[in-house]
Design a protein around this ligand. Structure first.
Ligand code: B16
Ligand code: MG
Length: 215
């Protein structure tokens, strides 16, 4: 019986990838190399430090741990100038409608995101009040595909993993949901998210009725 939904943030509720891309590209350019939108695909769903390591590998740059921390912080400051200007009209099509419908039907709702900026983003989008639990990058020690973020979400909601459905746009996130014994709806293409129980283009294609069909 499905009792709860756990939502990833970037790529599911809002497209912050475009802001991450601008900030990472600026950093790459300062380090003297190009960083393309195709390269940026590799950063979706992974942590900030893993993102930096991938970026440096692309540029063939070796740095000390201390310097990496400095650059990750610098990128984050730049990224935050964009998210601090976000508006509720940036919520992806159908996301708020689905959250409201689920709430109305008594389905519990939590966030399960790798981002340490999740609270800022939800506040800017005026969505914070719709989540009963928010598990973000500040609350987990193991990154997706480890199921920690979703298991903590289920625990905070007081439901069992098998009573949860996860919405995810990243392959590592789908793997995390399945590793946690949860059902998963992939947002994006079946090529990447084929392991999910169902793959849709966006939350505008989901409803309480369709959710119950996953039972
Ligand atoms: P931050 P999600 C992820 O969000 C992004 O997809 C990923 O690109 C980013 O590196 C990660 O958050 C960490 O973000 O630098 O804000 O802590 O998809 O898990 O909601
Ligand atoms: Mg995501």
């Amino acid at each position: 019986m499905i009792k709860a939904c756990l939502f990833d943030l970037d790529g599911v509720i809002v497209d912050t990838a475009k802001y991450h891309y601008i900030a990472w590209r600026e950093l790459a350019n300062e380090l003297g190399f190009e960083f393309t939108e195709t390269d940026n695909e590799r950063l979706k769903g992974v942590s900030r430090m893993t993102s930096l390591n991938i970026l440096l590998e692309i540029g063939g740059v070796n740095l000390s741990d201390e310097e990496k921390l400095r650059l990750a912080e610098k990128k984050n400051e730049n990224y935050r100038t964009f998210i601090l200007k976000m508006q509720p009209d940036e919520i992806l099509d159908g996301a708020k409608e689905l959250l409201l419908e689920l709430k109305d039907k008594g389905v519990k709702i939590a966030l399960g995101s790798a981002s340490k900026n999740a609270m800022t983003i939800l506040d800017r989008l005026e969505l914070t009040h719709l989540f009963e639990a928010i598990i973000d990058g500040t609350k987990v020690s193991k990154a997706k595909p480890d199921p920690e973020v979703f298991l903590k979400g289920a625990e905070a909601l007081g439901v069992k993993p098998e009573e949860c459905v996860v919405f995810e746009d990243a392959e590592a996130g789908v793997e995390a949901a399945l590793a946690g014994q949860m059902r998963c709806v992939g947002i994006g293409s079946t090529d990447v998210l084929g392991k999910a129980n169902l793959v849709i283009d966006g939350l505008h294609q989901m409803s309480y009725k369709k959710l119950m069909e996953l039972n």
